[in-house]
Design a protein around this ligand. Structure first.
Ligand code: MN
Length: 151
């Protein structure tokens, strides 16, 4: 699952982590949102599922309140160790730019289907029920919507 992650990166040049050496502090699954000032500023939304971080690139800040829908483009799985990563990816490397942790915490998985994922996030900024819905369904389709559920 992490082949694509490793193929895209030169680990002698980037400070990003390899898959190994990661200790979790929580029994619950973790999530992280990283603000990534790359060529285009975006927010990488990552959920721990099946031992990896399932990942989506969100072009604007994820909504703290219900009522705003964000596009979320599915990207390659990242290793769990990536949840702790902050730093500078050097120019010329994949994703060159600055990565900062914007929010992190744990979550409860409420629903996981091919077209829909629902989680309760327990973070500093993001709290409550969040929905990811696949906008198109088919091979190679990577478009999802991310939004907070109205209570
Ligand atoms: Mn990114």
């Amino acid at each position: 699952m992490l082949e694509e992650y490793e193929k895209k990166r030169h680990f002698k040049k980037t400070p990003e982590p390899l898959a190994s050496n990661f200790t979790k502090n929580s029994d619950k699954p973790i999530f992280v949102v990283q603000r990534h000032a790359a060529r285009n500023l975006h927010y990488d939304f990552r959920l721990e599922v099946d031992g990896v971080l399932k990942s989506w690139a969100v072009p604007k800040e994820p909504p703290k309140e219900a009522g705003t829908r964000r596009l979320a483009v599915e990207t390659e799985d990242h290793p769990l160790a990536y949840a702790d990563f902050e730093g500078e990816i050097p120019a010329g490397e994949y994703g060159a730019g600055t990565v900062e942790i914007w929010d992190r915490g744990t979550f409860k998985l409420l629903k996981r289907e091919e077209r829909e994922i629902v989680v309760t996030l327990e973070g500093e900024k993001l709290n409550g029920d969040y929905v990811l819905i696949r906008t198109k369904y088919g091979k190679g389709e990577k478009g999802w919507l991310l939004f907070k559920k109205a209570q």
